[in-house]
Design a protein around this ligand. Sequence first.
Ligand code: ADP
Ligand code: S3P
Length: 300
Amino acid sequence: MEVKLAQSLQFSTWIDLEKMVMKPSGSLQFSRRSREQKRFQILISSHLQPTRTATATATATSHKPVALKVSCSYKNLQGSVLQSGSFPASFDEALILKNKSEEIEPYLNGRCIYLVGMMGSGKTTIGRILSDVLGYSFFDCDAMIEQTVGGTSVAEIFKLYGESFFRDNETEVLRKLTMMQRLVVSTGGGAVIRPINWKHMQKGISVWLDVPLEALARRIAAVGTGSRPLLHQEAGDAYSKAFMRLSTLLEERSEAYANANARVSLENIASKLGCIDVCNLTPTVIVIEALEQIDSFLKK
Ligand SMILES: Nc1ncnc2c1ncn2[C@@H]1O[C@H](COP(=O)(O)OP(=O)(O)O)[C@@H](O)[C@H]1O
Ligand SMILES: O=C(O)C1=C[C@@H](OP(=O)(O)O)[C@@H](O)[C@H](O)C1
């Protein structure tokens, strides 16, 4: 069976003019000013046409860019298109991820990255990939709290001891983690409500995974609310239950999430990539955007 999927991808990077190899398929024109600066930012957008061949045992995917657009920005001035057309070179998300993480890692100076965001925003999923590419260790606050309370699940902790006991443990776990280096930490969705937690997280870089409510509710409805006690109260089907409760929580917390040093908006990624549904964004694409946003924060 052969399935064709089209996907657009966009990323920016810095290149040194001396390192540029001109391809015979196209020439790039640079202004004298940008030639003098020797280093400038290019924006590459590509329309990928992967061909997925599914067999009974394996699924092989190969990416073949069918269209590539290269634009150049100079000292924050809007980029102009330098070249567009079909390029024979092939690359994939994994390579971009690797390059971007290698570029940023030295500038982090070992600082921890704290992922904040609503339940189901992908803090654990994204955090694992991010830690992997940066060569960092991954810690999940909820899992650490469960360990601290003798292997009791978050849902049980809420039931047996109440939310404030859980929150005290959450603060203590965060305090301990902020004394370490080279960690990606997935915080619990409610960690942002206590100012003391922000004080701890200020030692590193905080990143808000901003995911639209519909997508959050869809993800949570798919896995169930069993492990998320704050979603247990509502009546109705799984999606509506999750949606109703999450919307109240988001209203209470959105200002707190906005304190984060960097924001990764799935709506922004989708509109950049020309993707209609944020649910189609792969974790890898989201991690690339997270690295971009961390990079922007570091440059500020
Ligand atoms: N980019 C994504 N696309 C599709 N599903 C995702 C994505 N990111 C996370 N998920 C799914 O959403 C659910 C919640 O993700 P998780 O990483 O546990 O979120 P959090 O740690 O913020 O609560 C999981 O079932 C996960 O597989
Ligand atoms: O939003 C919240 O208040 C909570 C989110 C959960 O973590 P996740 O965001 O990892 O699901 C967990 O800490 C607890 O159920 C409370």
